[in-house]
Design a protein around this ligand. Sequence first.
Ligand code: IPD
Length: 277
Amino acid sequence: TYPAPTELLDLARTIALTAGALAHRRRAEGVEIAASKSSPEDIVTAADREVERHIRALLADARPNDGFYGEESDTTDGTTGLTWVVDPIDGTVNYLYGIPFYAVSIAVVQGDPDPASWNTLAGAVVNPALGEVFTASEGSGAWLGDQRLHVNQDVPLSLALAGTGFGYEAAWRVWQANVVGGLIGQVRDIRRIGSAALDLCSVACGRLDLYFECGLNPWDHAAGALIVREAGARVGALQADAEGRDLLIAAAPRLYGQFEPVLAELFDRFPAPVQEA
Ligand code: IPD
């Protein structure tokens, strides 16, 4: 037996708030690039690592037998069936440049740490630069602070404000840009906010109508996907298709239904590059 999702959410929120405050403080002191990952553009800062260590230590204290799956450190399998899925700073490039759209994302999932099969019980996404706290627990709705969130309903695709993002690998992002080029004439406009977690929360609170991205990692979307689903979105296609595209789409159900065939047509028109291992 597990604690109630609302109890798990209290812990996720409390830890994400202190982690957000730490990230924010470190930003004010100056950002240090610690390493690059998949490409020179794909960076990790000293703060990413420190904030993940901070979150990990607090979780180990509060829930020592749960698993941990974070962006910047090794995975630990737990014994309780619960795993914490953590992105210490989602939107690291925004963080580097001082653009106030970066977030701490903490989710707790039940089952394998594989988004295709897990069940997310609670999630918190904190944007410390704007002081915004997005939360959801399974079955209890999505919230921005104490305000209940609902996705925009009845927006036709032609009037939809769509968000998306790009991976870091060169051939992959050129393909993503081609898809965006094919979409731009079919929607109101497109935004690239720079944090998948905040993109999902933006759909939840109506700042975007639709979000899609290929090639995300589980920690980018674990908390945000629950938040946007609890705000009434349909969230789909988390698993890689035959072309290796690990796709995530989130929108109100009717808009999702309009968007899916349009995206499928764009995928036919622009074949995906072979992904680097
Ligand atoms: C990135 C952001 C970005 C998305 C990339 C992610 P990071 O995460 O969420 O918006 O487009 O695909 O990798 O590297 O800032 O944690």
